[in-house]
Design a protein around this ligand. Structure first.
Ligand code: NAI
Length: 244
């Protein structure tokens, strides 16, 4: 039930952080895995690195076609590519809003649309989106980012409804603060990054940020037959920050 042998997975943003940890775990469990990323240089050789920009429809089309050519199909799509944004509505301009929504929301729809014909041909078709608990909690200085992840939650529920009749399950994981390059880059935007890191650790009920491997394990659960009756849900992996 937890074995992906014989299945093909594609992970967007799989070149680093949560996506890379997820790609590695699915591969460890027997899947053939393609990593769709702007930069695939950090992905190990046993993952198929496919250059892809989720904001570019032609690039997405080519990447999905490459997955089909290399592996003959697709069973598991993990929509993980995402970028951060720090600021209030007064601080982020129109260009930044357009850019972040394009990557975090429209990119997810673009990749899903390109992948659906392949998923329909699979007997084990699942999509797992990566949202964030920023969609649930009013975090300071994250207006744009939170709005983008709220849209990911809504998109997940809508897609689950649209495709349940085709045998395709759609769920999302909502990570809390996960210690990846994404967080390190965001920390550098604060006057005293070390102080902000200590605040992030302290904000988790568990006292530490979430590990990428812990999010990967949740994605793998939602991608596996173990969660066969689960669709249109969000699984929080947040160190207890939302409900405790
Ligand atoms: P990361 O920055 O470490 O990795 C993101 C990957 O996405 C990079 O390899 C990057 O090249 C790729 N990427 C960015 N733009 C892309 C594009 N246009 N097309 C294709 N690939 C692109 O980020 P991390 O932390 O692993 O985040 C992954 C996902 O998890 C994102 O959706 C993020 O919003 C979400 N998330 C992260 C949290 C965290 O605390 N790190 C918390 C909650 C959610």
């Amino acid at each position: 039930m937890n074995d992906f042998t014989g299945l093909v997975a594609a992970v967007t943003g799989g070149g680093a952080g949560i996506g890379l940890a997820t790609a590695e775990l699915l591969s460890e469990r027997g899947a053939r895995v393609a990593v769709l990323d702007l930069d695939t240089t950090s992905a190990p050789d046993y993952l198929a690195g496919i250059t892809c920009d989720v904001t570019d429809r032609a690039s997405v089309g080519r990447a999905v076609q490459d997955v089909a050519s290399a592996f003959g199909g697709l069973d598991v799509l993990v929509n993980n590519a995402g970028i951060s944004a720090v600021g209030t509505v007064e601080e982020n301009g129109d260009e930044e809003w357009a850019r972040v929504l394009d990557v975090n929301v429209t990119g997810m729809a673009r990749v899903s649309a390109a992948a659906l014909p392949l998923l329909r041909a699979s007997a084990h078709a699942v999509i797992v989106n990566v949202a964030s608990i920023a969609a649930l909690n009013g975090l300071p200085q994250r207006a744009l980012y939170s709005a983008s992840k709220g849209a990911v939650l809504a998109l997940t529920y809508a897609m689950a409804t649209d495709h349940v009749g085709e045998g395709i399950r759609v769920n999302c994981v909502s990570p809390g603060t996960v210690h990846t390059g994404f967080v390190d880059r965001m920390l550098q935007k604060f006057p005293v990054p070390e102080q902000e890191k200590a605040a992030l650790d302290a904000r988790q009920a568990t006292g530490r940020m979430v590990a990428p491997s812990e999010v990967a394990a949740a994605v793998a659960y939602l991608a596996s037959p173990l969660s066969g009756s689960t669709t249109g849900t969000a699984l929080d992996v947040d160190g207890g920050v939302t409900h405790l």
